[in-house]
Design a protein around this ligand. Structure first.
Ligand code: ADP
Length: 370
């Protein structure tokens, strides 16, 4: 017995077709639907009985109907299994008049009653939505990269003229101060201060745009080495503040070494800067929390009011004037960007007057040990 001989009746064929996860119709040489499976009812909203006996154009959007019979004829003249409308966007028309994107596969069956065309119809709305979403994400990524390149180029190119201005105003102050009155000398002093601040801003902006503009490959990075590196860079401010900086056991993580140094440097540096009346005491520690490490940098400084806990991580957000605490308001934005790039989160816990604890997470991977 051959497999096909198992099918004796149209009911048996329908039962088989009903199990297919696509809409299937059988269309005769005149373009009339002779058979429709259960999935067709779900896709198009017509019952099977409504469909059978109707021209197949019922399922085709009005704007494509006129051309459809000719396309059918051309397929009938050269019937072979193929996807319909290659390179064209095809749509199905539901009973309620709405349309949906479809993919259609065609094949033909020759019998003594003539040539029938079998169409298998798949609703590809979701695939189309995913495609549209992917395109939107791609466009967003491209504009983000453009913006990063712009920020990088702008801050990079600003450095040279800034250096020239600072240099010449410095020379003016050093060599012509005697020829100026108090007012003139005060203006030069203020110009120098503003220039220095601008150089810091440009420098910090460059650091910020570098986080994503110049990424290095992730490697195994022991955080205790990162800590030691940051400490050696902070040697002078630590000594000046008579600060004590300690650490607990720190893990090895996967990351960008230079950026992790930058992160720890920034957080310890802030602990030194936003000190209270006591000499600063800063402690760095790590705790395993499920699939991630939670790193904390705790200080005994002035602390931060809860209403500012979120916004201090945004660009240029500062809580003090330049005289009380100089700065650019970019440091914590850099920290957040570095942590995000490493797949973690960063936040602060603090009560004013009782110090601040900055916490960030980094994914823990099986290759690490503590
Ligand atoms: P900057 O230090 O240049 O102002 P940051 O982005 O590093 O910029 O910090 C933003 C603001 O968050 C600071 O101006 C300060 O008000 C607050 N801040 C940061 N770190 C601390 C800290 N350890 N203790 C108290 N306040 C802090």
């Amino acid at each position: 017995m051959t497999p096909t001989s198992a099918i004796h009746t149209a009911e048996q064929l329908t039962a088989i077709l009903d199990s297919v996860p696509a809409g299937v119709i059988l269309v005769d040489a005149q373009g009339v639907i002779r058979l429709a499976n259960a999935q067709m009812e779900r896709l198009f909203g017509w019952t099977r009985d409504e469909l059978v006996g109707q021209p197949v154009e019922l399922l085709v959007p009005r704007r494509s109907r006129a051309a459809h019979p000719a396309q059918r004829a051309s397929y009938a003249a050269n019937p072979r299994a193929r996807p319909m409308g290659e390179g064209r966007d095809l749509f199905g028309l539901r009973k309620d008049g709405s349309e949906f994107p479809v993919e259609v596969g065609l094949n033909s069956i020759a019998s003594e009653k003539g040539v029938f065309v079998v169409s298998a119809i798949v609703d590809i709305s979701e695939r189309e939505q995913t495609k549209a979403l992917r395109q939107a994400v791609d466009a967003l990524e491209r504009s983000n990269i453009d913006l990063q390149r712009f920020a990088y180029a702008a801050s990079h190119d600003l450095q040279t003229p800034m250096r020239a201005i600072a240099g010449f105003v410095g020379l003016l102050g050093a060599q012509y101060a005697e020829q100026l009155d108090d007012q003139g000398r005060d203006w030069i002093r203020r110009t120098l201060e503003a220039t220095q601040h601008m150089q810091e801003l440009v420098h910090d902006l460059l650091e910020y745009s570098r986080v994503d503009a110049r990424p290095q490959r992730f490697e195994r990075v022991p955080l205790d080495v990162v800590f030691d590196h940051a400490l050696s860079l902070l040697q002078i401010p630590i000594a000046e503040a008579q600060a004590v900086v300690t650490r607990g056991a720190l893990p090895i993580v996967l990351g960008d070494r230079a950026q992790l140094v930058q992160l720890v440097l920034e957080l310890i540096g802030n602990g030194l800067k936003y000190r209270g009346s006591e000499p600063p005491h800063i402690h760095v520690d790590a705790e395993r929390d499920g699939h991630e490490w939670r790193i904390s940098v705790r200080d005994n400084g002035i602390g931060i009011e809860p209403r500012h806990h979120e916004r201090i991580f945004e660009m240029f957000q500062r809580l003090h004037d330049q005289r009380t605490y100089p700065g650019t308001g970019i440091g914590l934005a850099v920290c957040r960007r570095v942590v995000l790039r490493h797949g973690g989160r960063i936040w602060v816990e603090s009560t004013p007057g009782e110090g601040a604890t900055f916490l960030f997470t980094l994914p823990a991977s099986s290759q690490e040990s503590s």
